[in-house]
Design a protein around this ligand. Structure first.
Ligand code: FEO
Length: 165
């Protein structure tokens, strides 16, 4: 059985994952209408993954005797100045998600809820991967600069990454 504090923290995390999905959907649709088809495919998939992160939490809360709350979502920003802005924002957002997950883990330890703490380890590992991927993408963008042939290949490769995953 979840205690009230853990249940509230998990519900806050559900809201954060839902907002992340919404956020990446806005980025995906911007890329889709800007001719960046590979980038949009990557971001649509990323948005779907965030929804799966949300669902996994919802099911866990309900299975453990709590009540998952489905949150209201804020309208995300819908225009971006370019790829660097998108992936910088994405990395900043994921850094906040990591901090939030770490707080949930801290709370689990302080309240001796080792079951939830164990469940949250999946999210801890996922955040390492997500942050690393965002940093790799930003490094590539820094190398490319404003070279249009490089940007074309970057977009194509990002789309292929989506297909292969
Ligand atoms: Fe589910 Fe990207 O955090």
């Amino acid at each position: 059985m979840l205690d009230n504090h853990i249940e509230a923290a998990l519900n806050a995390q559900i809201a954060m994952e839902a907002q992340s999905s919404h956020f990446y959907l806005a980025m995906a649709t911007w890329a889709d209408t800007t001719g960046l088809n590979g980038t949009s495919a990557f971001l649509y998939k990323h948005s779907d993954e965030e929804r799966q992160h949300m669902l996994k939490l919802i099911r866990f809360v309900n299975e453990r005797g709590g009540t998952a709350r489905i949150p209201a979502l804020e309208a995300p920003e819908s225009t971006f100045s370019g790829l660097k802005a998108i992936f910088t924002t994405l990395l900043e957002h994921e850094t906040r998600v990591t901090a939030s997950i770490n707080e949930v883990v801290d709370l689990c330890l302080s309240r001796k809820d080792y079951t939830t703490q164990n469940f949250m380890q999946w999210y801890v590992a996922e955040q390492i991967e997500e942050e690393a991927l965002a940093r790799t993408i930003l490094d590539k963008l820094a190398m490319i600069g404003s070279d249009s042939a490089g940007l074309y290949l970057f977009d194509r490769d990002l789309g292929q990454l989506e297909t292969e995953a």
